[in-house]
Ligand binder design. Structure first.
Ligand code: PMP
Length: 309
């Protein structure tokens, strides 16, 4: 996992050792930052960032949710990501833009116009769920997704990720690959860093946007499935409906499309193929891998790749 030697920091490309922050940084104390997770892939003509525009729009919305004024507009933020990839000579990498309230008033109230710092880091990152990429072993978490008015899940707000970190560590310590969190009413929401899809009798369901992140991979998968003639329903479902699915898979920038092998020690699917990725999961996984690398560009995917040049 090679880290980039350079980063973009408040408008400049710097060696990472020179991009320092103060211990008085508000976000370090209260989690008042927000980030993005983006991937760039190598294609026939070089590296390209997948759905960069949409990621940076969500980044700006995270800032809006936090009530912050960013000193850079969408075009500058898009360019910052390209410049950071270029500075590291990466054609294929994971990109992490982060904005945060910097060094200023240290009370919970950071003031009316707090200082906002923005950085873009890159590193080489293989399959997020490692060997589990072939089929993840999942556990319903003892941690619950906070109520919709406690946690603003349309933003990737740094402090909110403590909930994901606790769930993920609990799952790993218990011998699982990843956690699935329920909401306060007991319905399924998403993984600690991925959205969730199930297939039953040909019907595809994903959890509604209420208390989940509006994942860009989720949007990609829904657009793809609809274009392929499938019906995708956004509806709440329970943990036992999940157990009894014919297929289940995770979607996310880091995890890409990861089939789910088992949940709470119950294999997904029936008979001889139980625990194996099902036909729809395999098709989505294969076509997603082709679309992000520009090997397949359906009409709806035009403009989804931004060349690193
Ligand atoms: N849910 C959560 C909680 C996440 O952190 C992520 C990763 N960003 C996702 C879903 C998937 O979102 P995306 O497809 O935009 O990466």
């Amino acid at each position: 996992m090679a880290r980039g030697t350079h980063c973009w920091y408040n408008g400049k490309i710097l060696p990472v050792e020179e991009a320092k922050i103060s211990l008085f940084t508000h976000a370090l104390h209260y989690g008042t930052g927000a980030f993005e997770g983006i991937r760039a892939y190598k294609n026939a003509t070089g590296g390209a960032v997948f759905r960069l525009q949409e990621h940076m729009e969500r980044f700006e919305e995270s800032g809006k949710i936090l009530g912050l004024k960013l000193n850079f507009d969408n075009a500058q933020l898009v360019q910052a990501v390209v410049d950071a990839c270029k500075a590291n000579k990466f054609e294929e990498c994971y990109v992490r833009p982060i904005l945060f309230i910097g060094d200023g008033p240290l009370g919970v109230n950071p003031g009316a116009e707090p200082p906002v710092d923005i950085a873009v880091l890159c590193w080489e990152w293989g399959s997020y769920l490692g060997d589990a990429g072939a089929g993840a072993k999942m556990k319903i978490s003892s941690f619950v997704r906070p109520h919709v008015n406690s946690s603003m899940t349309k933003g990737k707000i740094s402090g909110q990720y403590v909930n994901s970190v606790l769930a993920k560590r609990e799952a790993i310590a218990g011998g699982f690959d990843e956690a699935i969190l329920l909401d306060a009413e007991g319905y399924v929401t998403e993984g600690s860093g991925e959205n969730l899809f199930i297939v039953k009798n040909g019907i595809i369901k994903t959890t509604p946007l209420n208390s989940i992140l509006n994942g860009i991979t989720r949007q990609t998968v829904m657009t793809y499935l609809k274009a392929e003639g499938h019906n995708v329903i956004e509806s709440r479902f329970t943990r036992d409906e999940l157990w009894c699915a014919d297929e289940a898979f995770l979607s996310g920038t880091a995890a890409e499309i990861t089939p789910i092998r088992e949940i709470d020690l119950r294999l997904i699917g029936k008979g001889a193929t139980a625990g194996k990725p099902g036909p729809i999961t395999q098709k989505v996984q294969k076509d997603y891998a082709a679309i992000v690398r520009g090997q397949k560009t359906p009409e709806y995917a035009r403009g989804w790749l931004t060349a690193i040049k």
